[in-house]
Design a binder for this molecule. Structure first.
Ligand SMILES: [Zn+2]
Length: 139
């Protein structure tokens, strides 16, 4: 590879990294927004409980549960966004909790062996590339 080609490759990698950073920033902003929504819902619950206390509202529980479910939804969204960030950063999480590059085969901290194929099927990949023959022997 020529010096110029190496330079071009370096520039492409830098551009890729910048795109990755933008995407992670965008996802983190979404997580921040969800956390604000959770705070707001928690305030609503507090307000609701107090109003119910004042008015002896019998429907308190179902209304509180509904708000709690909305909060649980936000936490699910956040978990999904955090997973997306790992995907964008090309990371996976080991059973031991270590964060590793997606293409790594063995966890350096606990020795866990990963399946050769990616955990999530790539929709753009041709179907013929998947599930052809047996996976290579383990151990
Ligand atoms: Zn591990």
């Amino acid at each position: 590879m020529s010096f110029f080609e190496k330079m071009k490759e370096g520039a492409a990698k830098a551009a890729e990294k910048a795109k990755e950073t933008v995407e992670v920033t965008r996802l983190n902003a979404q997580i921040g927004a969800k956390k604000k929504e959770i705070e707001k819902l928690q305030q609503n619950i507090g307000e609701l409980v107090y109003q119910s206390y004042l008015s002896k509202d019998a429907d308190l529980e179902s209304r509180t549960v509904s708000l709690c479910m909305q909060i649980a939804d936000r936490y699910q969204d956040i978990a999904a966004l955090e997973l997306k960030i790992k995907e964008v950063k090309n990371e996976k999480v080991c059973v031991c909790g270590a964060e590793l590059a997606a293409d790594i085969r063995f966890c350096p901290s606990c020795g866990h062996q990963f399946e050769p194929k990616p955990a999530e099927p790539d929709k753009t990949a041709p179907v013929s590339a998947l599930g052809s023959g047996k996976a290579e022997d383990d151990q």
